[in-house]
Each structure stands twice: as structure tokens, then as C-alpha cells.
Design a protein around this ligand. Structure first.
Ligand SMILES: [Ca+2]
Ligand SMILES: [Ca+2]
Length: 243
């Protein structure tokens, strides 16, 4: 009987905090009350909101009336061939996903080839259209950039939309100055005509004839191409690395 009484006492001590915690489910305002006078300060215990001194910790941004920055798109990709016209502008919607409070925000970009706007504003539950334009006068390759939105009163400031500007190489095969998809004797003839007889330039760009990648199309390229096609010499370089 004595052992049974001890077990009953221990079970009661464990059960009381659990019951008290479960009773907090009905606390108005969706907030959690914490007992600051608990002996165990590392693990504050919930108490009845009508008893003693307590602090109220907001359970969510909505409960505290705080706005949250949100985007309709997290990534934008611009793609074009080097030398071609710039792709059309793009955009995304900026909104307050908390649905409470007013989101006061500013916007900036971190690379010179990117522009976006508007640069500031206020949003409650409405969406704001942000436009983004990328200059494509860039080297061949992938160029990352960011649109950064900051707010003095949001719970998640700053937030970022990632942007990629992809510049594709217009030259499929260096040395194929005729543009037929292969490097052959006809390319030697074409390049000789261009270099020595003022014939038409290599296609799609003159750089397709720069088979030794010295940033010039001349007699050295003719000799290089003859050695490659007729004598098994070194293959043309990749002219795209110079664009
Ligand atoms: Ca060819
Ligand atoms: Ca060259």
C-alpha cells in the first residue's frame, strides 16, 4: 500500500502541468501565456491566464499585426543570343502575405545590368506589380543578379528575387565559316577569299573565323585551318570564350 501511494503521488505531479497546458488551448487572442516565476527558467510552464504576473508572446505575425514580404515568383530568367536584341521585360507581384498591417517597402538591384521598379511603396492586401528589365550587352555566359526588397516593419526583411541573365554563344562551331555545320575544305576557300580577296565575312559572326583565338581574323587563321583540315593539326579553339 505504501508503494502504491508513492506511485499515485508521482503520477499526480506529472499530470498537473499537462492538464494546465491543455487548458491553454482556449486562451483568447491566439497567444501563449508563460509563468515568469517558474523555478525552471529554461522550460517556462503555461499557467492560467487569470493568475499571477505573465508575459504574452505573439504566436504568429498575424496575431501581432506584422506584415510579411511575399513574391509571386522567386526566380526570373532572361535568355538571348549574344548580339541579338534584348528579351522583353518581366515582372513579379509583391504582396503582404501576412494579410494584416501595412507593408512599407523599398526595392533595389545589385548588378549594373538590371533595372526594376517601382523603388518603394506600401502594401496591405493588394498586389503590387514590379517590373524588371535586363540589359543583354554582356559576355557569353550566365550572369546572376538579385532584386532585393527591404522593409522596416516586416518580419522577414530583406527578401530576394533571384535573376539569371543567360547570354548564349551565336557561334555553334569555330572554323565553320560557311555555316553548314562542318569544318572542311570549303571553309578554307571561304576564309581565303575573305582574308585575301575581301570576300564576305564568316557567318554568323566574323569571330567564327578566328580559329586560333587571338581576337583577329587573318592569314594566321588561314594557315591554322589548312593545318587542321589537311594535315591533322590542332583543332580550332572555341571562339565563344572571347565573346
Ligand atoms: Ca563549313
Ligand atoms: Ca585569329
Amino acid at each position: 500500500m505504501r508503494m502504491s501511494a508513492q506511485i499515485t503521488a508521482v503520477a499526480s505531479a506529472v499530470a498537473l502541468p499537462v492538464v494546465a497546458f491543455l487548458c491553454l488551448c482556449g486562451v483568447p487572442g491566439n497567444a501563449v501565456a508563460l509563468d515568469l516565476h517558474s523555478r525552471d527558467h529554461d522550460s517556462p510552464k503555461p499557467i492560467d491566464p487569470g493568475q499571477g504576473e505573465r508575459a504574452v508572446v505573439p504566436a504568429s505575425p498575424q496575431a501581432a499585426g506584422l506584415p510579411r514580404i511575399g513574391f509571386s515568383d522567386s526566380t526570373l530568367v532572361f535568355e538571348t543570343v549574344r548580339g541579338a536584341s534584348s528579351p522583353p521585360g518581366q515582372g513579379f507581384d509583391l504582396l503582404n502575405t501576412s494579410d494584416v498591417g501595412t507593408l512599407n517597402w523599398t526595392l533595389e538591384v545589385d548588378r549594373f545590368f538590371l533595372a526594376a521598379g517601382p523603388l518603394s511603396g506600401s502594401s496591405n492586401n493588394t498586389r503590387v506589380s514590379v517590373w524588371v528589365i535586363a540589359s543583354t550587352d554582356l559576355l557569353v555566359g550566365v550572369h546572376p543578379a538579385h532584386v532585393i526588397v527591404s522593409s522596416s516593419n516586416a518580419v522577414n526583411s530583406p527578401e530576394t528575387v533571384f535573376v539569371q541573365v543567360r547570354i548564349l554563344c551565336p557561334i555553334p562551331l569555330t572554323g565553320d565559316v560557311t555555316g553548314d555545320g562542318a569544318v572542311s575544305q570549303s571553309d578554307i576557300v571561304y576564309l581565303v577569299n575573305h582574308v585575301l580577296k575581301a570576300g564576305p565575312a564568316p557567318v554568323p559572326l566574323k569571330e567564327a573565323g578566328d580559329v586560333n583565338c587571338d581576337r583577329n581574323v587573318g592569314l594566321a587563321d588561314v594557315i591554322f585551318l589548312v593545318n587542321y583540315v589537311l594535315k591533322g593539326g590542332a583543332a580550332p579553339c572555341d571562339a565563344c570564350i572571347l565573346l
